[in-house]
Design a protein around this ligand. Sequence first.
Ligand code: SF4
Length: 429
Amino acid sequence: MVYVNLYARADALIPEGAGYVLRETKASSFPLKGDKVTPDNPKEHHLQDVTIQTWVMEGSGIPKTRVELNYLNNLWRYPGNDDYSGLFVQLDVSELVEVRKPQVPVWIQEAVTVLSGDMPVITTGKQCNDPYDCSFQSYCRQFDPPAPEHPIELLPDAAGKNLAKKLRETKGYVSILEPAPAELTGARAELYRRIQLAHKTGQAIVVPGCSARLAALPYPRYFFDFEGIDLPVPRWAGVRPYEQIPFQWSCHIERRPGVFEHAEFLDLSGDDPSLSCIQRMLEVIDPDDGGPIFVYFVTYEKGRLEGFAIRHPEHAELMQKYIARLVDLLPLVREFYYHPEMRGSFSIKKVLPVIAPDLDYGELDEVQEGTGAQVAYLLAALDPKTTAKRKADLEAKLRTYCRQDTWAMVEVAYFLGQLGRPLRPREIT
Ligand code: SF4
């Protein structure tokens, strides 16, 4: 469709009565907690996108009956047998589009002005990643003022970022060293002040008390990590769009102090890995020995175990037993340790280099984090063009990465427990 030199391509024009429904498909799911996509409030950039298409459609003389956004329905579960009839849910946004339509000529004029002018000089900011990452960031950063060595945005988590924004806007602070401790407020004020002190002194801060808490936990101790894949269009029965399905896990088991074994699971068959994953867990993690299962960021592992319980109710009791034994190392680090080189982050990738600098994720080649593991899975398990040699290579890299992740947890637990460095197995790089 072309109108006033503006080209627009509709995802679908569906005949309806004397005209067509304009349907724009998005990769977002609906409804989705935290995504701000609700029946009354779809994403603004989705509305602007479909408004421009509607403007071009009507201007070029194609009759329109309605305008719809077509989202992945994240309440729907794939029933199997190639039946995808419930995959999408449609949201009628005709009225919201009508409200925005008079703006389209203004947007066009603004775009034409930018395109016909000199290269704008603008500093980077929130606009560079919202709603999407802008590809000009490396160019625009040259115009940014030099960043302070300890920016105020080192304050962690959403509340910390909001506080940083408020302090920057109201007080003009750009460095975390500037606020008086009393100005670092909120539920995590003590943490923010500790982070500030660490950056002021350049010294790590250890809060006493964690070793006693860890020492109270029994053996065997399990150090466990899932890797999962979240496909927008599910392949396996019972799975929702973007539902994370584990295809791999690693577990270091400390049977008694300082004595470790390693066990793992990896399914690159392309079939639903869930039942074999549960079966292997059952073989490795005794459901009744009561040993703590250490994880790092419990939300992820707990969510996967809950997902198994829903899709495979015959294992729900087992999953509940495992969930009850999860011990999250991340909040323990947050409560008891901070090093300025963590740069306001409690991610294990930031913690490990300061407590075990010889255990380097950078050595891990192409699979160094969760996204890399997902790409490796897609290539190895689901891409028919991947050769057997390449698949074997990806499998080895996935195993190495996941094993290192759980060994990293061992290092963190030993550090917090003030137990010195654990004796590293030969296979850990
Ligand atoms: S990176 Fe993109 S969004 Fe950010 S200032 Fe440059 S052009 Fe604008």
